[in-house]
Design a protein around this ligand. Structure first.
Ligand code: SF4
Length: 126
């Protein structure tokens, strides 16, 4: 599963950004048309929530063919963010692309990250 998926119908919402800016991971909920309608006038969905969906590997610009890995996980780990020292609850850990390739190091910065931040990061590094 991709832990940095877009908010669209059929995606799973698995994190909510709290007032302190950290992502609180929750039991996944399937995104519906109604959910998108209710949230259409607010800030970008991906600034407020985290979504997951199927990792498309070579179908994604972040896929590193030479290493057969998602390159975004390492970029997020290299950000100067507060890093957790212990693993915290995450409902997708057993299926997560980043965890499967990089282990718990991938998780330590993950609750500080939204997709928008990741998009900026990708643009800066290109
Ligand atoms: S990197 Fe870790 S915390 Fe982030 S979504 Fe994957 S398993 Fe969860």
């Amino acid at each position: 599963m991709c832990p940095s998926y877009v908010g669209k119908v059929g995606a799973q919402l698995f994190g909510v950004v709290n007032n302190d800016g950290k992502v609180q991971f929750i039991t996944p909920l399937t995104v519906t048309e109604d959910f998108l309608e209710l949230n259409k006038d607010k800030n970008s969905l991906e600034q407020r929530f985290r979504f997951t969906g199927k990792c498309v590997e070579k179908g994604c610009a972040q896929w590193d063919n030479s290493e057969s890995k998602c390159s975004l996980s390492r970029k997020v780990q290299n950000l100067e963010l507060h890093k957790e020292a212990e693993l915290f609850y995450c409902p997708i850990r057993t299926q997560c692309r980043w965890f499967s390739q990089d282990g718990k190091e991938a998780c330590f910065s993950c609750n500080e990250v939204t997709r928008n931040m990741e998009e900026l990061l990708v643009q800066i590094k290109q």
